[in-house]
Design a protein around this ligand. Sequence first.
Ligand code: BES
Ligand code: MN
Ligand code: ZN
Length: 493
Amino acid sequence: MLKIRFVAPSDAKGALAALAFEDSDLSPAAKALDEACGNALTRAMEGGRFTGKAGQSMELLAPTGLSASRILLLGGGKAKELKRDGLERAAAGAVKSVLLTGEKELTLRLEGLQIDADDAAFAGLAATMAAYRFDAYRTKLKAERKPSLETLYIALDDPDAAEKVWDKIKHVAKGVRLARDLVNEPANIIYPESFAERVKGLEDHGLTVEILGEKEMEKLGMNALLCVGRGSRRESKLAVMRWDGGKDGEKPICFVGKGVCFDTGGISLKPGAGMEDMKGDMGGAAAVTGAMRAIAGRKAKVNAVGVIGLVENMPDGDATRPGDIVVSANGQTIEVLNTDAEGRLVLSDALWYAQKNFDPKFVIDLATLTGAMIIALGNEQAGVFTNSDGLWDQLKSASEAGSEAVWRMPLGAAYDKLIDSDNADMKNIGGRGAGSITAAQFLKRFIDEGRDWAHIDIAGVGMKSSRDDPREPVWGTGWGVRLLDRLAAACED
Ligand code: BES
Ligand code: MN
Ligand code: ZN
């Protein structure tokens, strides 16, 4: 992982980066650099189209008067509107643009901008996200195509305060990286058992981990989850992670994740084109795992539980058939009309397990649940379905703090009716319309009366980002780690 260090401006090393603003002027650091190199920055700006708009950047190589090999001027947008998200984007953009240049060190000079320690630490987080690569299987990658940047120094007036926050936030960076790796790994490497093993490995960070296999789940009657994995040679698993950093006896907050390690659709087989993307159908489980890693790593003063349902959805002689009726762990009957609507089956029993065993303050599930979510919101925002205005407010704040955008979607009796079945309590698909909402209504039928719950459909944001965001990698985004981590942070004592 890219090393992040917070330093005083006088300790800047390597290539240098500073902000310029659209409405005002160069930042104090950029001004100092401009003066040191005989106003070469100002001249370059005048000769080009760099105006300081957010997202812009301009590079000056081998500036006379300075020992640095390059200066990077970053657009900060309007000075007064510079918020955490903008700062993160600037840091991420700086890293992206020097990552492969041969530079080993870069200093982002932010002194004189009154940036608080939290925002500075989050800029560090964004920088590590921008440096992320999934190169594990590229054996023929040429040396000059490999990242050269090893350390980002962030220069501040009070570096010690930021370093202290970073000591916590670096664990969020590691959580995001873990989630991305889990999503990017192919399904022959990450399957229910190997995923569960990686979760077990998190005990090193102080999490308590329990893994249930098919026998244990059969005893509990978790047939909705189990029916999805019937066609697979891989054994289905339920992984339960606990972090007890809060007060004794205080109800935990709870995260549940869809972990379909590969989704062929089952007997309702998906078309071949693009099916490889379904190795990422465990993005919800990956986000929950990454968030629990972050929460444990920074020793959050909160009780938190993560429950992930791990299965592989395959067609086979023993697979669940369309029309089969299964009984969920809480005794509801489900007519499986489409075996490709499997995520809700996995989540229903996982949600039951979480509520029954932990009686959580609230439960939030994350899932790459429906293609319809991508139709509705594209790759920009995740859809949130919740029975609680209070929980929505909490999610909205966490979304801002963690720079992961969410949009509230509706629930209602009229949508719920669409999943009534003639042959059982419910069917696992609605009609043609409102596909993401009927999926959410299905989940809601497994939420205890009075329990605060939110479902976040991350089908559009979990993978294959088309977003113009320097923090995002090519594929697995690790979406949800920052949101859940900030939500947990807001729940700390
Ligand atoms: N995993 C898919 C949803 C998905 C699609 C996620 C594309 C990410 C990208 C889910 O299991 C699924 O197949 N949903 C079906 C539901 C339908 C059969 C009611 C869908 O969205 O088509
Ligand atoms: Mn499916
Ligand atoms: Zn799926």
